[in-house]
Design a binder for this molecule. Sequence first.
Ligand code: UGB
Length: 598
Amino acid sequence: KKNLSLLSPHQIELGKMLLEMGQGHLFEHWPEPGVDDDQKRAFFDQVARLNLSYPGGLASYMKIARELLADSKDGRNPFDGFTPSVPSGESLTFGDDNFVQFEETGVREMQNAAFVLVAGGLGERLGYNGIKVALPRESSTGTCFLQHYIESILALQDASCRLVEGGSSKLIPFVIMTSDDTHARTFELLESNSYFGMNPTQVKLLKQEKVACLDDNDARLAVDPRNKYVIQTKPHGHGDVHSLLYSSGLLNQWRDAGLRWVLFFQDTNGLLFKAIPAALGVSAIKQYHVNSLAVPRKAKEAIGGIAKLTHADGRTMVINVEYNQLDPLLRATGHPDGDVNCETGYSPFPGNINQLILELGPYIEELTKTGGAIKEFVNPKYKDASKTSFKSATRLECMMQDYPKTLPPTARVGFTVMDIWLAYAPVKNNPEDAAKVPKGNPYHSATSGEMAVYRANCRILEKAGVEVKGGVLQVFNEQEVEVWPRVTWKPSWASTFADVRSKVSGSCYISKDSTLVINGSKIFLEDLYLDGALVINSIEDAEVKVGGSVKNKGWILEEVDYKDASLPEEVRIRGFRINRVEQLEKTYNDPGKFCLKP
Ligand code: UGB
């Protein structure tokens, strides 16, 4: 009470709220006025921030925390009363007529889309020191994830404009959710690279705040061990994206601008944009309010399973069951073996890759009711079986894919299953953990992520009629991966399978150790025989026909030791580097038509 004179009326209100919520311990050590006054004020600044950034404020946070902590202590799980079954969704096969149709519809709809990248996570499992979106997606060109994402969105923007008759050149909005851990470095990466060609007005960074940590089952707020005037905080999870979008006012702006779709995606999936046009086509044709992208899932793989949950009272929902919850849920509902593969060699539950497509109108309607609050969970690590104290402070968390949990039964919630090789290759695990992944399960490492890009590009070329040699098994960082020719192209070269088909003709061949870098949009491969490395750079107005026979020593993959500290971290985590021994590189910087035929 003696310290009240230091505080503004708003701070006094916040103090009262904390006392009423049983948080008196936060002030117990406070000395007389005149000592540490600035720190006391800073404490209330932090309380005000925590209060403002949580839907319903801190009081609501503590109330929900007590309920969830009590449930956790009693061993009650969020799926109590629900029985899981395998849901039915749209299943697409790359390249067939159906797929091509969905892609075309998707590209048309891009004019009405906004993209949201959740990139607030530090990627503790990967253990990389930088931000994950700055990692190269592949090391042949060194293009980082963020550049690839931006160029993919720009390519879709242009493609949509070309396809829609009289289409206006609408700029697709791009939001990046950052956190204190990633914000400054993400901004810096954009600024120092001129936003990778995107108009800076298209890009908005929304920073998520951390939430207060909790010391016990009464949700007593944890004091930071390093500073008694600071409440300890931890990340709240990717589910924050919904409340941030809502409070930013962007959703209404997008609706007023005539947009219809919001596409959410994660930080390190180098294949994702190969799946996006078709997935948006599914949303549009099936009129899904919510469409989650999925791939066949290996049992125990660290991706959530999409399940239909039916409650004893008749309620049903199609929702992600997170990977750590799927096994216990199955065991508790009559599946004694838990999360196991079925006769297909995969889990019967499709794997959630956390690419969500939401229809904007119903999304706004829902958020108007919820403020963007997402059903949370708590995962305390208890000291012992009495479940009364924690090993370290815990906090509430939320996931963006839990958005459908509050939707009414009338909501159209669906999902779209795509081939793994086409749609999903995240970079999440460090080399040691990746090497321990059970045989046959995906590594989700920098090594597998890069190899998957080459494999997907080669397979797509094969489908378009190119003869490609490859698929040789090789071990890097103790992970056995398929090695294909290092084929990369700019998103402006092809956003869809139809684009690839229109750029490849005649009889083309690529040998197994070749590299092909297509760095331009109007490059046409015709009767090309490639056995080596070929790099073609061209400006937008140069049309280049590439054929004939290209033979040279090429670019060689050299194994490196991930423990070799003399190498950059980006290289070490892959277990290989590229030795550019010899290549044919041609650059076309003038407008016109050209023919390369060595
Ligand atoms: N992220 C944030 O932006 N803020 C945060 O506070 C935390 C994360 P992880 P996770 O598809 O591979 C998810 O850590 O959470 C961003 C799904 O829950 O890579 O273990 C972060 O930057 C799971 O169902 O993954 O698992 C990153 O972009 C499954 O689908 C994203 O959120 C799995 O991803 C995901 O964070 C998957």
